[in-house]
Design a binder for this molecule. Structure first.
Ligand code: 4AD
Ligand code: MG
Length: 463
């Protein structure tokens, strides 16, 4: 007897095998002829397998005929060719073992259709639905693709810390990590005495692994870090999480154009892998969530991303005749509505914007000779907007120190970062891809809270 996943059992080459299948019942139908059909799912693929349970089973009346959605079972029997449409195989059960029932009076997933808002309140059960199972498999596929891509390109996977003392983005949106008692904060004069805190200094959850990744790029060449990052920004939007996953490659001897080329190839590789490895899940998204996802992905893979400067983008936006909620002029940070206008209406393709005003970008980005802009690049895609943010890094010690002073950062806290410029400095570049944003783009899911298992947002951390 072979224990098979339902994904394996659905393949025609498995026909004839004696198998053991284990999973959760999606539906039960009883035929008048005295047997029942169970639709069984184990998460290994989108599709279910049909189980034929005949009245001769010893527990047919006592258990099988009472099975309801959500119950867990082991089915042993023979796989045979299915006469039904949309499935190659089915299993004729010799034995059905019931592990756990799911009381239909209280089990929330009895009903077929639930709103995504409701499903967020049962985040522990939503992976059992078609949509969230498909998201989990696509997310897994994207992560594998990320590693495959960088490994094949000769990058080293490194691990940067989650607890840090430096604010990479300089935006002051960090969660503080402390063991000080909030009701007995030690003081040194009027100030908090952080020497009594766990790390002898204020410490935070990282917003980005970039600064630490740079130390490895400036030793080992091409590296990437991939992990959770945290932002205490109070944005209640469909594109922001307080805890999200980011993959950050960092490359020595890369200038901005090299960075863009890599990022474009990287995204195309992810999209290609998802189409190839998750066809069933992607069909589902295309049918039920957003009828343009397949076409969009194929189009994006086949086309060159548009590249233009921030200044050119501002000219397009101001000349568009469109009324935006936030008016555009040179120097402002672009809002989602502007990004979407560029990618969805004007170019109808992904766009790489570069050379942003220095005042709206972090200290580490390389200054251009015009004195006004930095070598930043953002990749914008339809519907999601910014999916990647990156830059060439400032490798000149003097310029970097000036930029830090300009942004009010204390150079002594970044002495190790400045050392990279003091000893054997090199031109280098990198970017960050938000994992959840890429999953949103690929699946067409409208809300970022639905592409991560347990979303962390302002006021919400129940599960
Ligand atoms: O543009 P960001 O802030 O760039 C950085 O953190 C750089 N240090 C990356 C680097 O150069 N190594 O963030 C990068 C990406 C964004 O483009 C977006 O996809 C995602 O991270 N992101 C978020 N995703 C979900 N929720 C949030 N609050 C996010 N903030 C950024
Ligand atoms: Mg950004």
């Amino acid at each position: 007897m072979n224990k098979l996943s339902i994904a394996q059992a659905r393949k025609p080459e498995s026909i004839g095998r004696e198998v053991r299948l284990q999973g959760w019942v999606r539906t039960r139908r009883d035929s008048k002829a005295g047997f029942s059909f169970l639709e069984l799912n184990d998460g290994s693929c989108f599709g279910n397998i049909q189980v034929i349970a005949e009245a001769g089973l010893e527990n047919y009346e006592s258990e099988v005929k009472r099975l309801t959605a959500g119950s867990s079972v082991t089915v042993e029997g023979q796989l045979r060719e299915s006469p039904g449409k949309g499935q190659a195989t089915e299993v004729l059960a010799r034995r059905v073992t019931v592990h756990g029932n799911a009381d239909p009076e209280t089990y929330a997933l009895q009903k077929k259709q639930h709103s995504f808002e409701f499903l967020r309140t049962i985040a522990h059960l939503r992976p059992r639905t078609n949509t969230f199972g498909a998201i989990a498999r696509v997310r897994n596929c994207v992560c594998r693709s990320i590693h495959d891509f960088f490994q094949e390109e000769g990058f080293l996977y490194i691990h940067t810390p989650i607890i840090t003392a430096s604010d990479c983005e300089g935006a002051g949106e960090m969660f503080q990590v402390t063991t000080l008692k909030l009701d007995q904060i030690p003081k040194k004069g009027p100030a908090i005495d952080f020497e009594q805190d766990f790390f002898d200094r204020p410490a935070f959850l990282t917003v980005s692994g970039q600064l630490e990744a740079e130390t490895f790029a400036c030793s080992l060449g091409k590296v990437y870090t991939f992990g959770p990052t945290f932002r205490a920004e109070n944005s209640n939007t469909s594109r922001h999480l307080a805890e999200f996953w980011m993959v950050e490659p960092e490359m020595a001897f890369f200038e901005l154009a090299d960075n863009m080329d890599l990022a474009e190839r990287f995204l195309k590789r992810i999209f290609t892998d998802v189409l190839e490895k998750c066809p069933e899940d992607m069909e589902f998204f295309n049918l039920r969530i957003d009828t343009t996802v397949l076409e969009t992905l194929r189009h994006v893979i086949a086309s060159d991303f548009v590249r233009l400067t921030y200044t050119e983008a501002v000219d397009i936006l101001t000349g568009s005749g469109e009324t935006f909620e936030y008016p555009v002029s040179w120097g402002v940070d672009l809002q989602a509505e502007h990004e979407r206008y560029l990618t969805e209406k004007h170019f109808r393709s992904p766009v790489i914007l570069y050379d942003y005003p220095r005042r709206i970008k972090p200290f580490y980005m390389r200054c251009n000779d015009d004195g006004k802009t930095v070598r930043a690049m953002d990749i914008l895609v339809p519907k999601v907007g910014e999916i990647i943010g990156g830059s060439q890094r400032e490798e000149r010690l003097g310029v970097l120190a000036e930029r830090m002073a300009e942004q009010g950062l204390a150079a002594e806290n970044y002495w190790w970062y400045l050392d990279l410029r003091r000893y054997g400095t090199v031109p280098h570049s990198g970017f960050g891809l938000g994992l959840e944003r890429v999953i949103q783009f690929v699946t067409g899911m409208a809300n970022i809270r639905d592409v991560i298992a347990f979303p962390r947002t302002p006021g919400s951390a129940e599960f």
